[in-house]
Design a protein around this ligand. Structure first.
Ligand SMILES: [Zn+2]
Length: 229
């Protein structure tokens, strides 16, 4: 069973398949001296750049993530979060706020930080999602992976949350955003050996419009062509 499931997602993710992966906890989270961030073995971390015109969105080549320090103006509150263990699921979201299509890195950073503030204001330890994909196709680090997310009621344990910025009840995701999402999901699937059947949208797990009709349709198309599910 497990082997078949694995082959299923590898078929769709073949272009991004990596040879190194473990069933769980593929990288360690010892803190580097003098660093507020955990070291990463898997993803080279890009230094944040000043807001401005997009040059070459890093996630289009998937060379790395923009770290939490590249957008957050406030710290996580670890006492409000549980450890993330037993990763077995990925859930996809939209942010569901006002439509957003800016390709400015600064605009995306500000929007992610506004989500963090709203989530912390309701008593959460940090932004609820582990990763964020913006309209330019950049992938951002959200809540650190050492912590369980807060993005699907009663289904957060072992569940990696990925959100696309925008409201896809009222707009469509950009091609760059969907391409980046697909490729990044494949990486996460590979790292944690998550089968396609466990890559789901929020509305497939709970009564909600999230991730919006347009994004839901794009996910359905990706599944149809075997892109990841
Ligand atoms: Zn959602």
């Amino acid at each position: 069973m497990f082997l078949l499931a694995g082959l299923g997602f590898l078929a769709g993710c073949a272009t991004t398949r990596r040879s190194t992966s473990l069933p769980d906890v593929p990288w360690s989270y010892g803190r580097a001296p003098g660093s507020g961030l955990p070291p990463r073995n898997d993803y080279p971390v890009l230094e944040p750049t000043a807001p401005g015109p997009v040059q070459s969105p890093p996630s289009q080549t998937f060379g790395g993530l923009i770290p939490r320090s590249g957008w957050a103006t406030g710290s996580p509150i670890p006492t409000r979060m549980d450890p993330l263990t037993g990763v077995h699921r990925i859930t996809l979201h939209h942010d569901g706020m006002t439509p957003f299509s800016s390709t400015s890195q600064g605009d995306a950073a500000a929007r992610i930080d506004s989500i963090r503030r709203a989530h912390q204001a309701q008593g959460w330890g940090d932004v609820g999602y582990h990763f964020i994909v913006d309209p330019a196709g950049r992938v951002w680090e959200g809540r650190l992976l050492q912590f369980q997310g807060a993005h699907v009621k009663d289904k957060n344990p072992g569940n990696i949350g990925i959100v696309c910025l925008g409201n896809f009840e009222r707009q469509s995701p950009t091609s760059a955003q969907i391409d980046a999402l697909r490729e990044f999901v494949c990486r996460v699937q590979s790292a944690y050996r998550i089968p396609n059947s466990r890559v789901q949208t929020h509305r497939e797990l709970a009564p909600t419009l999230c991730p919006g009709g347009a994004m839901q349709a794009r996910i359905a198309q990706l599944r149809q062509v075997g892109a990841f599910a």
